[in-house]
Design a protein around this ligand. Structure first.
Ligand code: IVH
Length: 733
């Protein structure tokens, strides 16, 4: 791989990982499995190793994921909460031991092997034996205070039994049992609410709810396995800790192994793999820890993880079954996605009858045909996927899969035209078939349930089934039509059949009405995201919402026009470059003329960058700009705008007209003592300022916190004033 390619791939991976982190840690709503995530991270680690010049200190491979969310008070951990490095095979596990043996000068090492619980990490502080605080891991050194929610956990004692240290931080994992997960999801399904993908996400989502009464209704559970700060230090080993935790009356792991040497470790790991499906919590791996605390101290830790402990990740569960049929689903953007309809089979504790097949190209690549024996995988408890087929056991004459033939050349839902399109969105990569009819019922349903989803307007209750019904009965065409559906109509909506009616009900309908009214006040960024504008994902919506006052301004956005203008100038600059290969200069005079022209173009581009485009991030590029402007100029876009106007809905951007920072550009660097990065950015924007990612002569101030790096140096070099949080607050008054 060339350095340029590597740099590009590293940037891609970093963006994908950042996106996945945001969904996993903050929103508890991942789109990829842990397994897929680990693969991305590994690829990044390897590339960074080969090309250290592209491995900055703040790379996701060097950091602990950040789970902090708004609404909670932040608290510092007395001792940092670290993450763990992962291993995926026996050789890597043995290498871990070899490193320690070398470091400590002996092969004869004592370890514990424990289940790796798939939940949400917390740190409990007991002072004089009484539980005083529960804090999430956050970004390792400080997390969110979730004491009120943790106090709802019935099995957690408020006081330690027997003699207790003066202060002790005890680390563990909050989880939900499979049974409780099923119960909550069944209830949500009945109420038409969005379902949670797996117990971990539901547990994490629950701990981060601001409504403790709702938390209490979901029966969270906890298990403790680790030690943070302890005063006085009275624990000599991990086995000692396990015994202490039990004696204090705390819930501990069902089983752990205390073993000597790496062979015994491997045996214990294998035994754990056989037993783990019987545990109350999801177990996605084993944690191997050096037992002796003095040896742990000697081995030490990196910024991210201890050297004395490691996780071993189990392979995702797989099973074999028959592929009965391939059906085609139509999503909110019209993309036709194949779904595997399977002979039901038991996999990782649940019966699976459907799995994803991603797209037609992949089905062809894997040579998967209807009637095949297939292997399916359930990784990290997300939607199961088909891994491979076994052509040797194929029924005679099974034809190759052909998506177009399967749907008879038209959209299986509306019968409309389909076309092959290139996509580079969140949902699918590569080429796919797409239904071109914006009015297609499947697209309408998809847009409506997306509009109501938790990440959009959070109108709980209008999930897939309810949305489909509202569209089918003609109550809703575009999502905002939901505002016109009377309470009565919602309450009497029949989600079942005529023979077996199942009405939505007064209570659910009332909730929907309350939620849709509350959504009126949500900011522009939420609405923009909720309206399914092509190419506008969550982060793009946030960027645009911060830079426009309202939808009307966005629809003819000067900023987006500037983005397009710049792209045009850049293309022209490339074409006119005197050394252009595609368009070589014809004569010396031509060369000279083009040199002047290019200088002028450079000036124009620089003026745009410093002016209209200052601080605009790279993800608001020409493709996004074109999509947004085109969408709002189109008939459906115009119809949406008119509808919102008639409903009196006018979502506001988070740009303030004026403030102390009007006309000023600030750059943030390092970690501020109290403010989260987003909070500081919000304060700057609402005081009229702009936030930029890099320091230049035009930067007005650099707001620097702890561990500020190159940006601070650059500011000093250029003589840009540097302020700390205290000064920043003073300026804001
Ligand atoms: S020990 C400094 N033990 O897995 C040692 N962690 O992927 C770090 N986890 O952050 C923690 N089960 O939240 C430890 N038996 C166990 C665990 C465990 C689950 C979590 C923990 C950690 C994460 C790392």
């Amino acid at each position: 791989m060339t350095p340029a390619k590597a740099q590009q791939r590293i940037a891609e991976l970093r963006a994908q990982i950042a996106h996945a982190d945001e969904l996993y840690y903050r929103q508890a709503k991942p789109e990829i499995s842990d397994f897929e995530y680990d693969i991305l991270k590994r690829e990044l680690e390897e590339l960074e190793k080969k090309f250290p010049q592209f491995a900055p200190k703040d790379s996701p491979t060097q950091k602990i994921g950040d789970d902090r969310v708004q609404g909670f008070v932040e608290v510092a951990h007395r001792q940092k909460m670290l993450s763990l490095d992962n291993t995926y095979n026996e050789a890597e596990l043995r290498a871990f031991h070899a490193r320690l043996a070398k470091l400590l000068g002996t092969e004869n090492l004592q370890y514990t092997v424990e289940p790796k619980i798939d939940g949400l990490a917390v740190s409990l502080t007991y002072e004089d034996g009484r539980l005083v605080r529960a804090v999430t891991r956050g970004k390792g050194d400080r997390g969110d205070d979730v004491t009120a929610n943790v106090l709802t956990i019935g099995m957690l004692p408020r006081a330690l039994k027997g003699a207790a240290p003066k202060v002790v931080e005890i680390r563990g994992e909050i989880y939900l049992t499979a049974a409780e997960f099923e119960r909550i999801n069944t209830e949500r399904a009945a109420a038409g609410e969005e379902l949670y993908a797996n117990p971990r996400n539901l547990a994490a989502g629950t701990v981060k709810l601001l409504d403790s009464a709702e938390v209490a209704r979901r029966k969270l559970a906890i298990v403790l396995y680790g030690l943070g700060y302890c005063e006085p230090a009275l624990i000599g080993s991990q086995t000692d800790l396990q015994k202490r935790l039990k004696a204090w009356g705390l819930p501990v792991v069902e089983k752990y192994w205390a073993v000597q040497g790496i062979d015994a470790v491997w045996e214990a790991v294998s035994e754990l793999d056989r037993l783990r499906h019987g545990f109350a919590y999801g177990t996605d791996g084993a944690v191997v820890k050096l037992d002796d605390v003095d040896q742990q101290r000697e081995a030490g830790a990196t910024d991210k993880a201890p050297r004395w402990a490691i996780a071993y990740k189990f392979k995702p569960d797989t099973a074999r079954t028959r592929l009965r049929a391939i059906t085609i689903q139509v999503g909110k953007t019209g993309i036709l996605s194949p779904v595997a309809e399977l002979e039901p089979v038991l996999l990782a504790g649940s019966t699976i009858s459907r799995a994803t097949l991603h797209n037609e190209d992949e089905i062809r690549r894997k040579d998967i045909r209807v009637g095949d024996l297939v292997e399916i995988e359930k990784a990290g408890e997300v939607i199961p996927a088909v891994l491979q087929s076994f052509p040797d056991e194929r029924p005679k004459g099974a034809p190759e899969f052909d998506l177009v033939a399967t749907v008879g050349g038209k959209c299986p839902v509306c019968g409309g035209k389909i076309a092959r399109v290139e996509i580079a969105g969140d949902e699918v990569e590569g080429a796919a078939w797409k239904c071109l009819n914006y009015e297609c019922a499947a697209q309408r349903t998809g847009r409506l349930s997306f509009f109501c989803g938790r990440r959009a307007l959070a109108i709980d209750g209008v999930g897939g089934v309810v949305a489909a019904k509202l569209v089918e009965l003609g109550h809703v065409k575009d999502p905002p039509d939901l505002y016109d559906v009377p309470l009565e109509t919602l309450a009497t909506l029949n989600l079942g059949t005529e023979a077996e009616p199942r009405v939505f009900g007064e209570k659910n309908a009332t909730k929907v009405v309350a939620a849709r009214e509350a959504a009126r006040a949500l900011p522009l960024e939420k609405w923009l995201f909720a309206l399914s504008v092509p190419d506008v994902g969550e982060s793009t919506a946030r960027e645009l919402g911060r830079r426009h006052r309202n939808l009307a301004e966005l629809a003819r956005s000067p900023l987006l026009q500037a983005v397009l203008k710049k792209a045009e100038l850049v293309a022209q600059r490339e074409w006119e470059a005197p050394a252009s290969r595609k368009n070589p200069a014809k004569s010396d005079a031509d060369k000279a003329r083009r040199k002047d022209l290019c200088a002028r173009l450079d000036e124009e581009i620089a003026a745009l960058d410093a002016g209209a485009l200052a601080g605009v991030p790279a993800d608001v590029g020409p493709a996004v700009a074109g999509s947004v402007l085109e969408f709002f100029a189109s008939l459906p876009g115009q119809r949406l705008l008119a509808k919102l106007r008639s409903l009196g809905i006018d979502p506001q951007g988070t740009v303030a007209a004026t403030g102390v920072f009007t006309g000023k550009t600030l750059v943030l660097t390092g970690t501020l003592p109290a403010l989260k990065r987003e909070e500081a950015e919000q304060l700057i924007l609402s005081a009229g300022g702009k936030v930029s990612g890099s320091v230049s002569k035009k930067t007005s101030f650099v707001l620097a916190g702890e561990e500020a790096g190159s940006k601070l140096e650059k500011a000093r070099e250029l003589g840009v004033p540097v302020i700390d949080e205290k000064e920043f607050r003073r300026m804001l008054g």
